[in-house]
Design a protein around this ligand. Sequence first.
Ligand SMILES: [Zn+2]
Length: 56
Amino acid sequence: MEVQTLDREELEKVALMAVCACNYYDLADNIDITTDEELWQIIDNRDAECENCKEQ
Ligand SMILES: [Zn+2]
């Protein structure tokens, strides 16, 4: 899959799959105001340890 060619709808879908469960509803609620750049950051960091979960 060539991720750089994702359209906005697909980008949102992939970001929602990539985001940590603890941030899922937050992102889903705010997806319309989340920039493409922020969605890409979420996707790029999907394998990193979640900051929220790490603190618990
Ligand atoms: Zn988390």
